[in-house]
Design a protein around this ligand. Structure first.
Ligand code: C2O
Ligand code: CU
Length: 466
């Protein structure tokens, strides 16, 4: 039995306190473990959670101040923690085969040499990110800085990270994932019908199905994260009482935009973040606004509701100028590359039951191989990448964000503005982006952030060299 929409109270993930603070930075400890949570009312659902929570606890970090996060794995399978959007040295980036085995721990060091941004952390284990994230291994990691502090944006309780994901449950209220291997130990991938990605019929916001948040008549900073395995959303306000407030976008994946932009709808593919201000000043107690998903069907059209329950003073602002963004100059590009994302034969895939017909998701005709370098880039050099696809793929690059230059030779979309680290590449499009890697050499990666595509080999190795 699924709950009626907009009945359950909205949740905010807990904030993780550092265990210790010293000259090296803030030391955190996270235990990855099974837990039982009541997600659907009246059902006890087993999850895998960071500290047993879903979403995991939020780390609130500061630009320039390192976080040293020890992850302990108390699950029955290996794990890998990745800070998505982190400008992180290779040894702490959560490469898919840098396993934390059961009963072991690993220290991840995040120097945070990057601007204020909405990041998230999630499992990145080779071949099994999809089932692990589906079970709950995802949380927010927010970076603040002085530039952001000076803007007067809504803060404290009015700064609300919202992890959006869809899940499916069985009759007993347990999460169902159509894995080839339900133990998530041996054979990767999902059963045939789910090749394109796994979607559920229940929309969760911070782990709560179709929540209702009781709010004041003030401005809120809503930081949206599409933490779904495969679902794409178009979020829009649908207000029964009066004109809907709309979204003022202030930031994207890699941090604040140069200037705010007003949007009626937010397009979000898996892995993307959109940082927004929603202005409820002028609303009165009793007013309600509902966020819907135009790309959903049935119950996945509904997302969440904000119900104004009180008036409160508000001194926040939305300044005309947010952050200084270095504009890419096309003359500075030293190299152009083409990357094609498509489905094809999977000759090398192990564990696919010897089926020579097995299909997988490929980049430039090749399934992922940890032992092969696919792209070699030099520190500090701007490159232009042209991405093409014959199916929809959210493309994500580790280490540095990029700027979208064009789509099919035309101007990028409003949702492409600012620094992006994940971008929606629809079938039939050619998307050009400018990217430059800085700070750290070593082995990083790029991949499709549809987690089933990722697990079915749609990843490539990126060697960053001096
Ligand atoms: Cu959000 Cu390589 O991952
Ligand atoms: Cu994909």
């Amino acid at each position: 039995r699924l709950p009626e929409p907009f009945i359950l109270p909205g949740a905010v993930p807990s904030t993780l306190a550092p265990e210790r603070v010293d000259a090296a930075g803030d030391h955190y400890r996270i235990v990855q473990r099974r837990a039982v949570r009541e997600i659907l009312p009246g059902y006890r659902t087993e999850i895998w959670g960071y500290n047993g929570e879903f979403p995991g606890p939020t780390i609130r970090a500061r630009s320039g101040r390192p976080a040293l996060v020890t992850h302990r794995n108390e699950l029955a399978v290996p794990t890998v923690a990745h800070l998505h959007g982190g400008h992180t040295p290779a040894e702490s980036d959560g490469y898919p085969t840098d396993y934390v085995h059961p009963s072991q721990e690993r220290l991840y060091t995040y120097p945070h040499q990057q601007a204020a941004a909405t990041l998230w952390y999630h499992d990145h284990r080779m071949d099994f990110s999809g089932p692990s994230v589906w079970r709950g291994l995802a949380g927010f990691h927010l970076i603040g800085d002085e530039e952001e502090d000076g803007l007067g944006l809504p803060s404290g309780e009015r700064d609300l990270p919202l992890l959006l994901c869809d899940r499916a449950f069985d009759a007993a209220g347990q999460l169902v994932y159509p894995a080839v291997d339900p133990t998530a130990q041996h054979s990767p991938g999902v059963t045939g019908d789910y090749m394109q990605g796994v979607q559920g019929d229940v929309v969760l916001v911070n782990g709560v199905p179709w929540p209702r948040y009781d709010v004041a008549s003030v401005r809120y900073r809503l930081r949206w994260l599409n933490g779904s395995n495969a679902r794409v959303y178009r979020l829009r306000f649908d207000g029964p009482h009066r004109t809907a407030p709309g979204f003022v976008q202030i930031g994207s994946d890699g941090g604040l935009l140069d200037a705010p932009q007003h949007l009626d709808a937010l397009d979000m593919a898996p892995g993307e973040r959109v940082d927004t201000i929603v202005d409820l000043t002028g609303y009165r107690p009793g007013d309600e606004v509902t966020v819907v998903n135009d790309l959903g069907e049935g119950r996945t059209v509904e997302v969440l509701r904000l119900r104004v329950t009180r008036t409160e003073p508000d001194t926040s602002r939305i300044p005309d100028h947010l952050a200084r963004i270095e504009r890419f100059d096309p003359k500075s590009a030293v190299r152009r590359r083409d990357l094609h994302f498509h489905m094809g034969e999977m000759p090398q895939m192990t564990g696919m039951s010897g089926d020579s017909e097995a299909k997988g998701w490929l980049i430039d005709d090749r399934p992922f191989d940890p032992d092969r370098t696919d792209l070699t880039v030099r520190l500090g050099e701007w490159e232009i990448w042209r991405l093409t696809a014959n199916f929809n793929h959210p493309v994500h690059v580790h280490l540095n964000p990029f700027q979208v230059l064009s789509r099919n030779g035309r101007e990028p979309l409003p949702s492409d503005r600012g620094w992006k680290d994940t971008v929606h590449l629809p079938a039939g499009q050619a998307l050009e982006l400018a990217i430059r890697f800085t700070g750290y050499t070593g082995r990083f990666m790029l991949h499709c952030h549809n987690l089933e595509h990722e697990d079915m080999a749609m990843m490539a190795n990126l060697a960053v060299t001096q």
